[in-house]
Design a protein around this ligand. Structure first.
Ligand code: NAD
Ligand code: USQ
Length: 406
């Protein structure tokens, strides 16, 4: 297949591009490199040294003989170029990663909120309307988030996107409906993914676009089979307070002897997936496209759930790291349970990679190798969800914010 990977220079997009190229597909990466600019804005860099996208593509060609085509394009801003590109290239599938994906970054200021909404909703809508306008019959696979559901404890498993409900009719009878699971986003970023869902619903229904939305959990790990093939193919790895995600952060913190930064009591339960399974799931989703006129296909792309404090204790047990319980900069439930259905991918043959597989140690090894690149001042998460919370969360880089260390 000819596949467009939008956001293919990012943490999930790059290994996906390699995985699909390795599987024999023709890959076109479209990216505006905004994520690299955000690194500069924040004064951070990937833990792992990342070459330019052109250099990465050159190395892939050298290692495998396969070409990765790169196109510098802003999906949210360059609408006409996007439409023209789709019209000319007519890809069979489009994988859409091209959004601002950090919840803390999206909550930093009004400017960051506005950017995140304009970029994410604009990119998704531009893509959908350009697909209609050009008349291409590509299967769109979008990376959404588990966070659209919220993480509330209702004592029932979260289904894959849709909920069967019964409503009382005016005549007193009952009617059965299938609705999108009610969204309850916990940040401006997660809100944009909720808005994306409505855009997909409309374009699938109105124009018969074939769309799969992957509600992905928190991705951890760094390597996939393809990124291991050459030092310069290495994936990016975010550790800073805005873009670093919880388990990867704990692993690098352990490697540099920094107390593990648990927010609040660490009673938050979240869904997780290893990066190797991310790329595999996307390949499986591509093979299972909906037909025109079908509703949006939704998969929960996760393999396990964990409580944040349990992860901290696990990493501490593995490495001897200390655990710090900090004031939570976010507005979120202090404790929640989370039960998630992921039958869709299991039925398609996914064999989940779990935390017990020794990959935790691999990440610590990667972190130790590149520890000299870590700026400890960038480790604390200082982006607060509200002005009141900001007053409570001190911004001291190391040590003084710690409420208790176990
Ligand atoms: P990332 O920030 O590493 O990569 C996103 C890429 O998209 C970057 O290369 C960026 O330059 C590009 N991009 C952003 N806006 C663009 C635009 N307007 N035009 C062109 N390119 C643009 O993020 P990631 O971790 O690879 O996440 C990819 C997708 O997966 C996101 O949509 C995210 O919401 C979703 N997701 C990520 C995780 C995770 O834990 N990393 C979990 C669930 C879902
Ligand atoms: N947390 C800590 N300590 C830290 C960092 C985070 O306790 O040092 C806590 C947070 O308060 C939160 C949980 O860990 O309760 C998860 O935080 P996170 O930053 O790992 O994940 P999140 O903000 O939800 O976002 C990430 C990705 C996003 C994706 C989402 C999937 O950045 O792109 O959509 O995971 S999910 O969480 O399933 O919605």
């Amino acid at each position: 297949m000819k596949i467009a990977v939008l956001g293919g220079d990012g943490f999930c997009g790059w290994p996906t591009a390699l995985h699909l190229s390795n599987a024999g597909h023709e890959i076109h990466i479209l990216d505006n490199l905004s994520r690299r600019w955000i690194d500069t804005e924040l004064g951070v860099q990937s833990l792992t040294p990342m070459d330019s996208i052109q250099e990465r593509c050159r190395i892939w060609k050298e290692v495998t003989g396969e070409t990765l085509h790169f196109h510098l394009l802003d999906i949210a801003k360059d609408y006409q170029r996007l439409r023209q590109w789709l019209d000319t290239e007519r890809p069979d599938a489009i994988i859409h990663f091209a959004e601002q994906r950090a919840a803390p970054y999206s909550m930093k200021s009004d400017i960051h909120k506005t950017y995140t909404v304009n970029n994410n909703v604009g990119a998704t809508h531009n893509l959908l309307t350009a697909m209609v306008e050009t008349g291409i019959d590509a299967h769109l696979v979008h990376l959404g988030t588990m966070g659209v559901y919220g993480y509330s404890t209702v004592g029932a498993a979260i289904p894959e996107g849709y909920l069967d409900v019964e409503v009382e009719k005016i005549d007193g009878g009952k009617a059965e409906l299938e609705i999108l699971y009610p969204t309850r986003p916990g940040s401006v970023y997660h809100m944009t993914k909720s808005l994306d869902q409505i855009l997909f619903q409309f374009y699938a229904q109105n124009d018969g676009l074939r769309i799969t939305d992957l509600h992905q959990g928190i991705v951890w790990g760094t390597h996939t089979d393809q990124t291991r093939r050459h030092e310069q193919l290495i994936n990016r790895f975010d550790y800073d307070g805005d873009y670093g995600t919880v388990l990867n952060r704990f692993l690098i913190q352990a490697a540099i002897d920094y107390p593990l930064t648990v927010h609040g009591t660490g009673g938050q339960t979240r869904a997780f997936i290893h990066i190797q399974d991310t790329v595999r799931c996307i390949e499986l989703a591509l093979q299972d496209a909906p037909k025109a006129g079908e509703r949006v296909k939704i998969f929960n792309q996760m393999t396990e759930t964990h409580r944040v404090r349990d992860l901290a204790e696990l990493v501490a047990g593995l490495t001897g790291a200390k655990v710090a319980y900090l004031p939570n900069p976010r507005k979120e439930a202090a404790e929640n349970d989370l039960i998630v259905k992921n039958d869709g991918f299991l039925a398609l043959g996914l064999k989940p990679t779990t935390l017990a597989d020794g990959l935790l140690t691999e990440v610590v090894e990667v972190a130790k190798k590149y520890a000299h690149r870590i700026d400890r001042k960038r480790v604390p998460a200082v982006s607060a969800w509200t002005k009141d919370i900001a007053k409570r969360v001190e911004t001291d880089p190391e040590g003084k914010r710690l409420r208790s260390v176990s």
